[in-house]
Structure formats: structure tokens, C-alpha cells
Design a protein around this ligand. Structure first.
Ligand SMILES: Cc1ncc(COP(=O)(O)O)c(C=O)c1O
Length: 439
């Protein structure tokens, strides 16, 4: 027998083995199947559970049922059509297709990078200390942060309510997720729990990557306010003296917040001498361009040499992961950020979308109050979570009533972004029936 268990190749013709003889040669000698997939990648059901619930809701709707589908994180109008910004579509129309056909620079086109930095930092002095690379959505920025600011095996730190794919992003890179309790007894951001977690990570791994998804946290809808920041800043300051600390602001939903979505920038200014600030910027929600996969990883370092090193590491990360971004998408979003007319019209169009969402938020919070359903402070954003001791059971009951929400740990995530105003009363009724019913 030949090496590796192969048998002698019977000849089929002048020098060529037949298909049958090849099957014999490469047939496994042992009866156990050979698995080529490496053990650490046996993850089961590759489909995201949210997409699976959405598919079930759509199947039932297509079969004629009047379903309320509050699962998916995309903004739908009152007629359940995907909301888009006409100015973005106009920007695409204006661009010669051949410009988009060429490769984008690896780090992204310079005008795009300048525009996103300006979008976040405006007139802040942090602008001058920042760099950026283009990424496929905020997801790409998160992936770069994990790969560049944590060693293999180390966990990122984030509040206990977080966007599920953080786990996937971390685990695919050989890292993990560690959480701290997001809310204290008064329903405020649990700064003391964060302080404890940072101290633990300082002791166990000597570095930390803290991911804060605010404003409009997914899944709770909570936004850090001035009171939270006042408590948070000294904790971050102290932690940055103990270990290398990187704070990533995941601002995926920032443009749907009440007030200035980047009011935290000024609060960060005194911290940036001592820590790295990253921003996961995304056009998916802010320009209703989920499929364009346009985003950026923005970094702030006050030491110019360090800034250069970080920029190189991020650019190298782009090359080794997706190589270049979606050129046409990057050009179109640049137009929307920089063209005087397009930027004004996209802002106006977004205000209309925010107004539509705010009407749902106001109706939802008022009805929840009447029904004694508990949820974190929620003033805007795509999602809210309703406290629920047995989320899987309650979500299943709601599905029987034709209302789809997503069970998360200790709560139900409700996507008001995809729930028309007219369906909010039925949604709250189903929540009240299913969450408050004795288990
Ligand atoms: C909290 C949060 N961060 C980041 C993202 C990334 O989105 P994208 O990669 O489309 O920008 C999402 C998307 O749903 C999200 O909910």
C-alpha cells in the first residue's frame, strides 16, 4: 500500500487513470468520515437567529397572516418599505460608473476619510489628532479594533446588553467578549461595575478594549447622558494610568439620537493623552445604505508617531482582510458628506426619518407605561428592550399572537425601526399579555 493509505492506481488508458479507479485511490481507508473543517469552526446554525425569526415572520405574512415583525434592524416606512435617502440615490446617479469600477485605495479614498473624521469631530481639536481607514460598515471597524488592540485569547469588554455579532467578530479572531452589568438598581449606566471590570482586566491581561455602543444602544435604546459621562470619565482616566486602554465608540445609530450625537467628543478630549479612542463609523443606518457596506475605523492618538503606527496597523488590517472597500459606495457617501447641496438634503431627509421613528418611540413608551412594562430610558434609536424574566417563553407566546420580537438575556428586543406606528398598540398588547402573564 502506498503512503497515506492510497492504493496502486489501476490504469484506464495510455497513462490515464479512470474516474472509477481515482475514486478507489482517494476513498478513505477508515470508515469514519474525514472532516476538513477545523474543530474550532464547528459553530452550528450559521444563520443569524434574528434573520431566522425574520424569515419565519415573512413566511407567515406571505401566507396571508397579519403579522407584526419587530425583529430586524432596518428602518421601514409606515407601509413596510425600506426607508432610503433620495439624496444618496442621487449621489450614485451622478457618479460615472467607471470611477467605481476601479479599486479604491486600500485605506479608502482620502476625501472620504477626511469627511468621516469631520463628521464625528467637527471643530474639535481631536480632528487634528485623528486618522481613519475605510471598512465594510461598522462591523469592519470592530473587526480591526479586536485584531489590533487585543492579543489572541483576550476578551473585549462591553456592557451586558450588546449587539450579538460582537461575539462572532471576537471569536473568529480568536478573542472573546467579557461583560459587566449595564444597569444599576436605579436603571442608570453601571459605572461602578465597569470600574470593577476594568480593574479585573488590568490584573488579568494588562490591557483593555472597551466597546461602548452609544447613543441608541442596540438592543436597549439607552444613550449615555451628561450624568453618566461625568461619572465615566474619571473611571476611564484612572484605568488608563494602570494599563494600555483603548475605548471604541460604536456609533452605528448615532444619527437617530435626540440632540447632538457626538456630544461625547468634548468629554473625551482630556482623556486622549492617555488612551486610544476609536470610532466605528457606519453609513448603514445614518445613510440608510445597509447593503453598501460603507464604514470607517477612526482612531485618535495625540502622539504623531503613535498615530502613524496605528494608521499603518489599520491599513495593513484592511489589506489582509477585505483588501479594498466598495469604491462606488465610498464615493457616493463622500458626496453626501461633502457636497453642499447633497449634504443639506440628506440631513433634511434623515430628519424626516427620525421624526417617523420618534412618533413610534413616543407611542411605545406611553403605552408601555400604562401597561406597566419596564424598559431602560429610551428616547430614540432603532431598538428598545423590555424586561422579561423568561424571554424565550414570552417570545414564543408572542409569535402565537402573530407578533415577532427577539429574545435576549433577561429581556425582549423590540425593533421599532421596522414597526409601523399603527402596529405599536398591538405590539404592546402582545408584550403585556406575554411578559406580565404568570410563568
Ligand atoms: C450595535 C451595532 N454596531 C455595529 C453594527 C454594524 O453595522 P454595519 O456593519 O452594517 O455598519 C450594527 C448593525 O446592526 C449594530 O447594531
Amino acid at each position: 500500500m502506498a503512503r497515506g493509505g492510497a492504493r496502486r492506481v489501476p490504469r484506464a488508458g495510455p497513462g490515464f487513470p479512470s474516474a472509477a479507479s481515482l475514486r478507489m485511490v482517494f476513498a478513505p481507508v477508515k470508515s469514519t468520515p474525514l472532516r476538513r473543517l477545523i474543530p474550532s469552526r464547528i459553530v452550528g446554525g450559521g444563520d443569524d437567529p434574528i434573520f431566522a425569526l425574520n424569515a419565519e415572520a415573512n413566511r407567515r405574512r406571505a401566507a396571508g397572516e397579519a403579522v407584526v415583525n419587530s425583529t430586524l434592524g432596518v428602518l421601514l416606512d409606515e407601509d413596510l418599505r425600506l426607508s432610503t435617502l433620495p439624496s444618496v440615490l442621487e449621489a450614485y446617479r451622478r457618479l460615472p460608473a467607471e470611477r467605481g469600477a476601479g479599486y479604491a485605495p486600500i485605506a479608502g479614498p482620502r476625501p472620504f476619510l477626511d469627511a468621516v473624521r469631520k463628521d464625528v469631530f467637527g471643530a474639535s481639536p481631536l480632528l487634528a489628532h485623528s486618522c481613519a481607514v475605510a471598512t465594510p460598515g461598522g462591523t469592519g471597524a470592530l473587526a480591526l479594533a479586536v485584531a489590533n488592540f487585543l492579543e489572541v485569547g483576550q476578551p473585549l469588554l462591553t456592557p451586558s446588553f450588546y449587539w450579538g455579532p460582537y461575539d462572532t467578530i471576537a471569536s473568529i479572531a480568536g478573542r472573546r467578549v467579557e461583560t459587566f452589568s449595564m444597569f444599576d438598581r436605579d436603571g442608570r449606566f453601571h459605572v461602578a461595575a465597569l470600574e470593577e471590570a476594568l480593574a479585573r482586566q488590568a490584573a488579568t491581561q494588562g490591557r483593555a478594549l472597551l466597546v461602548l455602543n452609544t447613543p441608541c444602544n442596540n438592543p436597549t435604546g439607552y444613550s449615555l447622558d451628561a450624568h453618566d459621562w461625568d461619572a465615566l470619565v474619571p473611571v476611564l482616566q484612572a484605568a488608563s494610568q494602570r494599563m494600555p486602554l483603548c475605548v471604541l465608540m460604536d456609533v452605528a445609530y448615532a444619527r437617530y439620537a435626540q440632540g447632538n450625537p457626538f456630544d461625547w467628543v468634548d468629554r473625551f478630549a482630556p482623556l486622549v493623552e492617555d488612551l486610544t479612542l476609536l470610532v466605528a463609523w457606519s453609513a448603514s443606518k445614518s445613510f440608510a445604505q445597509y447593503g453598501a457596506r460603507v464604514g470607517a475605523c477612526i482612531a485618535v492618538e495625540t502622539d504623531p508617531k503613535e498615530l502613524l503606527l496605528v494608521e499603518s496597523a489599520l491599513t495593513n488590517g484592511c489589506r489582509g482582510t477585505w483588501s479594498n472597500g466598495n469604491h462606488l459606495g465610498l464615493l457616493a457617501i463622500t458626496e453626501c458628506l461633502t457636497d453642499p447641496l447633497l449634504s443639506v438634503s440628506s440631513m433634511k431627509e434623515r430628519v424626516a426619518l427620525r421624526t417617523m421613528l420618534t412618533a413610534r418611540v413616543d407611542a411605545f413608551t406611553a403605552l408601555c407605561k400604562t401597561a406597566s412594562l419596564r424598559h431602560p430610558r429610551y428616547e430614540g434609536g432603532f431598538f428598545v428592550t423590555v424586561e422579561c424574566p423568561q424571554p424565550e417563553v414570552a417570545a414564543a407566546r408572542m409569535r402565537e399572537l402573530g407578533v415577532f420580537v427577539v429574545p435576549v438575556k433577561g429581556a425582549l428586543r423590540v425593533a421599532l425601526c421596522s414597526t409601523p406606528l399603527a402596529s405599536v398598540p398591538r405590539l404592546v398588547d402582545a408584550l403585556a399579555t406575554s411578559v406580565l402573564q404568570p410563568q
